[in-house]
Design a protein around this ligand. Structure first.
Ligand code: GDP
Length: 369
């Protein structure tokens, strides 16, 4: 109508378009006085402050000055989507502050996985991405694994500073924060929600015994993760909730694998070799000949090739091609952000084309396992 309204609670500009974004207010709440955003409403009435998300630009605008504070930054990433859940430009906005990289969801890795190798792998990847970290800790917030080490590492590197916990959405940040709160359970009642200095953004602050805080920040939404693009009801089918059961396929060149109807993997050229697929158990893999793949997709998307369902297929971005040249002599994975990865077991090299919904990050990397 007339002017832009602001929330009487936090001052943010009100909007009615996107419930996941700052300042969302349902129509009904507009009829009440004073008008507050849904987030303030929840904080006030349910003490429920997490769940808000920001895109990277808003995150940097609101939290970009962590670099000018003296703090410890705890960055939580997801081992199932390591590159997809890394925060881009993190070193720039944390300044000289130390970073602990907490790698969550390790319960998903197959039992035989050598965790020391995973730590080394993470350290190499972080270095390649220009991220200097003081520690890498593997954990599972869900299975309560490695949590003592997270606490110990924070204790060791905190040095009387505030602790900022940052992460992309769905990495398990809330689960971990809740663990952190219950670990300091006598402090539960003192949990405070307060405005981050200089902004209209409220933060959950967990008080520490020296007058400093652990500060939870909003999850950053990355549209390059398939988890952000699929319909809500399909999320559970692409996000694994138990240990991964890798599937091995022996393929000849000119063969194709479909992962539901969400992505397609063409082995275009190379010697006969085996590929190991790391995906959520809820997804079915279909194998076909490369020259039949277009037809199969056109005729069976939303049926044989599901998810997405027929109804949801239309709202998913169209598949686009990523040509990947895998050189000889290195063990590589192909990561489809949010969906999983394909390990090439041979070191003979391969020419691949991966089809994924437009925007989804597809990369080749040093093999994780
Ligand atoms: P947030 O968006 O980062 O706050 O993430 P949540 O804590 O809401 O978790 C997102 C999803 O990941 C939920 O479905 C959790 O059950 C799941 N999750 C969180 N931690 C773990 C973990 O350690 N292992 C596994 N397998 N899943 C986890």
């Amino acid at each position: 109508d007339q002017e832009q309204l602001n929330c009487a609670g936090c001052g943010v500009k009100l909007q009615q378009q996107d419930p996941a974004k700052l300042g969302y207010v349902p129509q009904k709440a507009l009829e009440k006085e004073p008008v507050i955003c849904q987030r303030c409403f929840r904080i006030k009435h349910y003490n429920e402050a997490s769940g808000i998300t920001l895109d990277q630009d808003d995150f940097l605008r609101l939290l970009g000055h962590i670099g000018s504070t003296k703090s410890l930054v705890v960055n939580i990433v997801d081992i199932f989507d390591f590159e997809g859940s890394m925060i881009s430009g993190l070193p720039r906005f944390v300044g000289d502050n130390p970073i602990i990289l907490v790698v969550n969801k390790i319960d998903l890795l197959p039992k035989v996985t050598n965790l020391n190798r995973i730590v080394n792998w993470v350290q190499r990847q972080a270095k390649q991405l220009g991220l200097k970290v003081v520690d890498v800790v593997l954990c599972s917030a869900k299975k309560n694994m490695g949590f003592d080490r997270v606490i110990a590492s924070i204790g060791e590197h905190r040095d009387g500073r505030d602790v900022y916990v940052v992460g992309a959405t769905n990495v398990g940040k809330s689960t971990l924060i809740n663990r952190l709160i219950s670990d300091f359970s006598d402090l539960e009642s003192e949990l405070t929600v307060s405005q981050y200095p200089g902004t209209t953004l409220d933060m959950v602050k967990i008080p520490l015994d020296d007058g400093h805080y652990v500060i939870d920040t909003p999850g950053i939404v990355y549209k390059h993760r398939l988890t952000e693009l699929v319909a809500k009801r399909d999320l559970a089918r692409i996000m694994p909730d138990k240990q991964l059961k890798p599937l091995v396929f022996q393929l000849d060149e000119k063969q194709t694998l479909f992962f539901g109807g969400l992505a397609r993997f063409d082995f275009v050229r190379g010697a006969h070799q085996s590929f190991t697929i790391y995906l959520a158990g809820g997804l079915t893999v279909h194998r076909t000949k490369l020259d039949r793949a277009d037809e199969l997709y056109a005729g069976h998307l939303g049926e044989l090739l599901a998810p997405p369902s027929k109804a949801d297929a239309e709202s998913l971005p169209p598949l686009v091609k990523h040509a990947l040249h895998i050189p000889k002599g290195v063990k590589q994975d192909v990561l489809i952000s949010g969906l999983g990865w394909i390990k090439l077991n041979s070191e003979t090299g391969a020419e691949l084309v991966v089809h994924a919904p437009k925007g989804v990050k597809v990369i080749a990397r040093e093999a994780l396992i």
